[in-house]
Design a protein. Structure first.
Length: 272
């Protein structure tokens, strides 16, 4: 028991001596760190506003603002450590080592960060784009240095490591995604009438792209039908709902126009 009291007394004396000798430095360091967070937050918000006024892409805006915030906090932290009398030479050496390690980033686990930096700086895609990567389709909701987060029309969240993006072929449909469909009509019916009917259906659908008009035309001459193809750009967030609606409306419109959709037929000739 006596030894424990003695140990506690020694610890108490160490704490008291530290506070007596370094209390002002400690308070100053805390104030510096708090000031650093305040300045970093203010600078980050100001940068976001300035970039927004200049119509800079939101992904790049967030990256620049976050980077500046981290740098400012780092600088104030170094100043605070200097206030406490801690040598900053080891930190400088660590930064140098980090710079060397960056050169190997694409070969190790940190490759996601290198790939994320490339995606952000080259604007490979941005928030709001609809992309397909490794058979995964969704709208880009977030781009960080390590991952890209997609959201499907069903609300599912897909997280893709950025190194998987840069090494793969990906499709970027931006805000819209193309829908392609086809229907066969009888050779006895007028293809011009069928094309006009389908065009009217496509124009009646709300939300389709007006910068890229729908396309309708003959795609092939099959054994028992003339194949009419239609192509239209749909909003990525409601792609499948619009697709189902269009196909149903095309079927109804062709029936109302008395245009036949034939069944596959085979003519068999009996030779005696």
């Amino acid at each position: 028991m006596q030894d424990e009291l003695k140990l506690a007394q020694e610890a108490y004396n160490i704490v008291v001596n530290f506070l007596v000798n370094y209390s002002f430095q400690l308070i100053g360091a805390i104030i510096i760190i708090i000031a650093g967070y305040l300045v970093a937050g203010w600078a980050s918000r100001m940068l976001m506003k300035v970039q927004e006024k200049r119509n800079i892409d939101i992904t790049l805006r967030q990256f620049i603002a976050s980077t500046v915030r981290i740098i400012i906090i780092g600088l104030f932290t170094v100043i605070a450590l200097g206030k406490l009398g801690v040598s900053i030479n080891p930190f400088i050496a660590a930064i140098g080592g980090l710079a060397v390690g960056v050169s190997f980033a694409l070969q190790g686990p940190v490759s996601n960060y290198g790939a994320g930096l490339m995606i952000i700086l080259t604007r490979l895609y941005k928030i709001g784009d609809s992309i397909t990567i490794q058979n995964s389709f969704g709208i880009v909701k977030e781009i960080s240095l390590s991952t890209t987060r997609l959201e499907t029309e069903d609300g599912e969240i897909i997280i893709i490591p950025n190194k998987q993006v840069t090494g793969e072929i990906h499709r970027n449909s931006h805000k819209n995604r193309i829908m392609e469909g086809s229907v066969g009509i009888a050779y006895s019916d007028s293809p011009e009438k069928a094309i006009r009917t389908i065009e009217a259906v496509l124009r009646s659908i709300e939300g389709i792209s007006h910068t890229r008009p729908p396309q309708v035309g003959i795609i092939a001459f099959a054994d028992s039908a003339i194949e009419i193809e239609y192509r239209v750009w749909l909003p990525a967030e409601s792609y499948y709902n619009k697709l189902y609606q269009i196909n149903l409306n095309v079927f109804k419109a062709l029936n109302e126009a008395k245009i036949n959709i034939p069944f596959p037929q085979r003519v068999v000739q009996m030779v005696s």
